[in-house]
Write a protein that binds this ligand. Structure first.
Ligand SMILES: [Zn+2]
Length: 280
């Protein structure tokens, strides 16, 4: 599953290819013929990311909504367009570029109002300037669910996937099983600020880099070389203290944790928290 930085990167890359241009919309695979016909020949006004969703806003108010899911991919190229490769659900052709999307989880036409309603259901996106972290804090501080689950819940806050969750909790010394309601406000503020900073780096570098100073050290290597770019994700030992890295699933995805650097919340304190109120 792409994390939020890669979707924002797509919006940034595709904007100059499509924005303010008349766009031919088709479905070479055939599964999006009706939707494509609704948008075909209209002017694209903006390409916008929110969390892991992409919205192509067209003149007249409608939008193409794409969520890549696990298997979706984009292929962008200058024209002239090559023959569609594989099962291209939707092809967008401007006078200068072709954007193909294969295998998205969602690909649909929404009205402007439907886009607004969908965005309202998505939690504040750490990469958007209009994101309000108070919305995320309000959900987290009322929930007994582990923070490692809450920060990946895209309705609580948007953009964080499994690697960023693991890495940022470690950087901020927060145990992933800490219940949301037991998290200190200061720890949340540090998590949010670090998320904003690291995902912006991710957009710029087209890769997840969570090791301070690693940008220079790994320049020129391909993305995906987690070895040098992450601290504890899929590692056996902690680079800070040398202790063992534990691994366990939260919300069905394997996370990693150094319990020396990320001490578990005191069970006595937790009891007080558990007695304090409602689940969120
Ligand atoms: Zn450690």
């Amino acid at each position: 599953m792409p994390e939020g930085h890669s979707i924002h990167r797509q919006a940034r890359d595709q904007t100059p290819m499509l924005r303010r241009k008349l766009v031919a919309v088709s479905s070479p695979q055939g599964r999006f013929i009706d939707g494509a016909a609704l948008l075909d020949g209209r002017r694209c006004m903006a390409v916008e990311a929110c969390g892991k969703h992409l919205f192509y806003r067209f003149a007249g108010g409608d939008a193409l909504h794409i969520h890549l899911g696990l298997y979706g991919k984009f292929l962008c190229a200058p024209r002239p367009a090559a023959e569609p490769r594989g099962l291209v659900r939707v092809r967008l052709e401007s006078p200068t570029h072709t954007v193909d999307c294969n295998g998205p989880n969602q690909c649909e036409v929404l009205t402007g109002e439907e886009v607004d309603r969908l965005i309202a259901r998505i939690g504040p996106d750490v990469l958007r300037d209009d994101a309000d972290p108070e919305r995320a804090w309000a959900r987290i501080t009322k929930s007994r669910a582990p923070i490692g689950q809450l920060v990946m819940d895209q309705s609580v806050m948007a953009g964080i996937g499994n690697i960023y969750r693991t890495e940022i909790l470690w950087r901020q010394r927060i145990h992933p099983l800490t219940p949301g309601r037991a998290l200190e406000r200061d720890a949340f503020d540090r998590f949010w600020a670090d998320s904003v900073a690291l995902l912006k780096v991710g957009v710029n570098l087209r890769a997840i880099v969570t090791v301070d100073g690693a940008i220079e050290g790994t320049a020129g290597r391909g993305p995906g070389r987690y070895g040098a770019r992450t601290n504890i994700f899929k590692k056996a030992t902690c680079p800070r203290c040398g202790g063992p890295i534990l691994q366990f699933p939260i919300a069905a995805r394997k996370t990693f944790c150094c319990e020396a650097c990320q001490p578990a919340v005191d069970p006595v304190a937790l009891k007080g928290v558990a007695a304090a109120g409602e689940d969120g």
